[in-house]
Design a protein around this ligand. Sequence first.
Ligand code: BTN
Length: 231
Amino acid sequence: MIEKVVRFNRVTSTQDKAKEFVADRHPIAVVASSQEKGRGRQGRNWFSPEGGLYLSLLLFPKERVTSIPLLASLSVIRTLEHLGLSDLSIHWPNDVLLKKRKVCGVVCERYQSAVICGVGLNVNVETFAPRLDGATSLKVETGQVFGVDEILDLFLDKFNELYEELQSKGLKIKEVLNYISGLGESVEVVTKRGVIRGTVSDIDDDWALLLRDESGIIKKFYYGDVRRLQW
Ligand code: BTN
């Protein structure tokens, strides 16, 4: 359970800052107003100007858990619903979409005995990296300015609730499947080993994507980028 928040103004990346606290072995959230070198999944950059929420959760889970990124995405969804937003979904593995556009990204990495789960939420940001033509922010979608600190507090409450549930009795991923976008759709999954086309068949209890490929074989993915072939 995260009880402490450590705040910074400008950092290179909250993922790196979080590493400095690993020896304390206390779960904390590291937050920054902006990042010089925000990191996304698969070595991509995460454009991090002021106005966004940039945080890294430093966690010490009791056992290996593959669902932590899902907990983070789901906590973002519950936070945004609490603020009255709707049309939210999770694009596997861990992008949160608002009106089918990416509003939040999650990246998790292991570091020594810890898992560092980074969350970037476009709150009041209005410009995006040129590559991100599908990106949006809360401000762009609603015309309103949101309190980044209020969102952080709500997010931590929602995350703590789900994390306790996961640690005490295990989280039933099936219960959150109604938020997953793309089930039954034709997609291609891009991994370091290649591109596989198929239909999204299910998400496993360990948060793996099950894809029925073009010859009908079910393939399981723990990582990768999913591109829709149709909306
Ligand atoms: C992605 O969609 O590729 C994941 C983006 C994750 C960005 C967040 S912002 C806070 C934390 N610090 C980083 O450098 N990255 C994560």
